[in-house]
Design a protein around this ligand. Structure first.
Ligand code: S3P
Length: 427
């Protein structure tokens, strides 16, 4: 089913509370399942990816209840997990697949994980390799490169590992495996990636330390159940921020957005392009959050690369769209990781923005966008990728003529209320 969107070049105004952070919601369920006792999670993201995590842990025998945006996880700890009777379906979720691999490797049972067509194309060797160094027994297509992945749980041993790619999913899988391993696991992270796992491990009582780029965690620790308050997802908020920036005369407030510094590259980039953004910080325990007030402004081009990339990796499709409205040439480099996301996001973004009239070229590791250009309506493909679908929807605010999105349902992977929120701000 497709959706055709046509807005009469509106100005956005008002205030919305964006849904919970996807990365933090996944982890809260996983850590609740590891801990003995009852964990309560408030502000949980009821997106398809996080629901995949819940369903996988239910298959391991964990009691998980959902009431509104509150999730309660009751567990007897890792030792109480049961061997699943069927294949664990991780849907479209890379985070579920990769972090669970780290957890399942250290159990005493057999399990198999598989997801959708996109998951079947995503590289798993980056997780399987360090886990095998820890003694994990994992089989999969192409020698463990792709799902389905079969895991025979075993006693793991700690490793000293230097991360070849800046990936929070790899770091987290190794840390979660390290929790049940013999000895102290040490990870060298040359370029910092999101640190939600480290923050939440501490919140659940684990002893984990970081000195410069080295993270250490001693195995054999038990976690204690906790209460988790999930802030709004800055990666979802980013699409509304982008909408404000491209739709002239807009002025919007986004409530309770997570502003963990490993995730706020998007704020730095938008500010460098000329955006007027003000943060009213909230008094939140654990993860930082703020109300974000943003107004449209004249935009100038920017250059993005290096250590900034992991701090905004999921926002690059949107940045590319915003750059079409900025004066000058925007260059995005060092972002080759985009080629192995839900789809090849360099290829997909360039193809779809070209259809809309953008002056954009792909490079090996990024893209080059010349602006400003007037955009026109077109039939856009999402490739089943939620962030591509939202990019096309935001573009429709400023196109001459309607934009059709082929599979708008995929947006519910991370932002089920996206169209309601956009409509609310447009009126
Ligand atoms: C995530 C980490 C990032 C990000 C993904 C979620 C996480 O992936 O792109 O959407 O929750 O740890 P990588 O760590 O593979 O870069």
């Amino acid at each position: 089913m497709s959706k055709t969107i046509s807005y009469a070049k509106p100005a956005l105004s008002g205030s919305v509370k964006v849904p919970g952070d996807k990365s933090i919601s996944h982890r809260a369920v996983m850590f609740g399942a590891l801990a003995q006792g009852t964990t309560t999670i408030e502000g949980f993201l009821m997106g398809d990816d996080c629901l995949s995590t819940i369903s996988c842990f239910r298959s391991l025998g964990i009691d998980i209840r959902i009431e509104g945006e509150q999730v309660t996880v009751s567990s007897g700890g890792r030792k109480a997990w049961k061997e699943p009777e069927a294949v664990l379906d991780t849907g479209n979720s890379g985070t579920t697949t990769r972090l669970m691999l780290g957890l399942l490797a250290g159990t005493g049972f057999h399990s198999v994980m598989a997801g959708d067509e996109s998951i079947a194309r995503r590289p798993m060797k980056r997780i399987v390799e360090p886990l095998r160094l820890m003694g994990a027994d994992i089989r999969g297509r192409a020698n463990g490169h792709f799902t389905p992945l079969a895991v025979q749980g075993t006693q793991l041993k700690a490793i000293d590992y230097t991360m070849p790619v800046a990936s929070a999913q790899v770091k987290s899988a190794v840390l979660l495996a390290g929790l049940s391993a013999e000895g102290t696991t040490t990870i060298h992270e040359p370029v910092a990636s999101r640190d939600h796992t480290e923050i939440m491990l501490k919140h659940f009582g684990a002893d984990i330390s970081r000195h410069e780029d080295v993270i250490s965690l001693t195995g054999g620790q038990e976690l204690s159940a906790a209460h988790v308050q999930v802030p709004g997802d800055i990666s979802s908020a980013a699409f509304l921020m982008g909408a404000v920036l491209v739709a002239e005369g807009s002025d919007v407030e986004l409530q309770n957005v997570g502003i963990n510094p490993t995730r706020t590259g998007i704020l730095d980039v938008f500010e460098s392009m000329g955006a007027d953004i003000r943060l009213a910080k909230r008094n939140s325990p654990g993860e930082l959050s703020a109300d974000v007030h943003i107004r449209s402004a004249a935009l100038t081009a920017t250059e993005i690369g290096g250590a900034l990339i992991p701090r905004l990796i999921d926002e690059i499709p949107l940045i590319a769209l915003v750059a079409t409205q900025a004066v000058g040439t925007t260059i995005i480099r060092d972002a080759e990781e985009l080629r192995v996301k839900e789809t090849d996001r360099i290829q997909a973004v360039v193809t779809e923005l070209k259809k809309l009239g953008a002056d954009i070229e792909a490079t090996e590791d990024g893209m080059v966008i010349h602006g400003p250009t007037e955009l026109r309506g077109a039939a856009c493909m999402s490739y089943g990728d939620h962030r591509l679908g939202m990019m096309a929807a935001v573009a429709s605010l400023i196109t001459e003529g309607p934009v059709t999105i082929d599979d708008p349902g995929c947006i519910s992977i991370s932002y089920p209320s996206f169209f309601d929120h956009l409509d609310k701000l447009v009126q």
